[in-house]
Write a protein that binds this ligand. Sequence first.
Ligand SMILES: Cc1cc2nc3c(=O)[nH]c(=O)nc-3n(C[C@H](O)[C@H](O)[C@H](O)COP(=O)(O)OP(=O)(O)OC[C@H]3O[C@@H](n4cnc5c(N)ncnc54)[C@H](O)[C@@H]3O)c2cc1C
Length: 244
Amino acid sequence: MKILDQESQRSWERLTDAIHFYGAKASLEFLAFSYHLPDKNGKWVEMLGVHVMPGTEATPELVKSLEPDVVLSGNGARSKLPNIPGIDRANVMTAIEAYKHPEKVTGRVVVIGGGETGCDTAVYFAMDKGLDVTLIGRNRNLAKDAGPIAGSALMKHLQEYAKGIYSGTACTAISGKSVTCERYGDIFTVPADTVIIASGMESLAEEGEQLRGISAEFRRIGDSEKVGNVRTAVRQGYDAAVQI
Ligand SMILES: Cc1cc2nc3c(=O)[nH]c(=O)nc-3n(C[C@H](O)[C@H](O)[C@H](O)COP(=O)(O)OP(=O)(O)OC[C@H]3O[C@@H](n4cnc5c(N)ncnc54)[C@H](O)[C@@H]3O)c2cc1C
């Protein structure tokens, strides 16, 4: 088995086994964590006979050259961007970009999106980074995808640390220094130096599909098949593997 992942720069020895599995970074990290294995960056995977090719993009040409019998495509998802005027401004970033570059999250922060990711991100930058954070969510119920236990803990932290929480509120425009909002017909602005968008993810299915037809068997797994969470991604990877 081979794993191709474009993110890490680590180089790994190649093997000639017949199964190729690309992406699934979160799944690997979660498995390493679950089994308390010593090196979550990949060495333990090698111990199991899996060969990792980090820093390697799984192009159709490359995958073809490996002559796989089975390709499992776990290339993940990308952030959905709502159609809000001003979303392309330099002070706007997705939640993923905010976690990757927390140094770019400065001043008064507005998080747009009241799901689990938006609430989590707002708590992280308010509680851990001590920033002035306001959350804006279109639904009346915030973090409803987090479930009752995690959701209530998240709401407790949000209420304690966030500067402002607006549920049932739509963001209608973003400027350099504020966002415009609409709530039950009222229009108001919230000051914002940094705007973080957490309005959901969409599967990278089309990119993954480019690898279909190279091998006798092909499946998409994880967020590439259906946007979910670490548990659903790991489960799909597991189910696909046992069916091979
Ligand atoms: C901000 C945020 C917070 C989240 N928090 C949680 C949480 O607390 N708990 C939870 O359970 N879930 C959480 N999720 C969801 C969870 O991260 C995903 O459901 C999970 O990572 C999906 O795993 P995956 O393996 O399918 O895809 P990913 O983890 O996205 O991995 C896909 C990998 O494929 C690689 N790749 C893509 N294209 C190619 C290519 N052509 N060649 C080689 N490699 C490629 C990418 O570089 C990436 O490493 C969160 C998501 C976001 C965005």
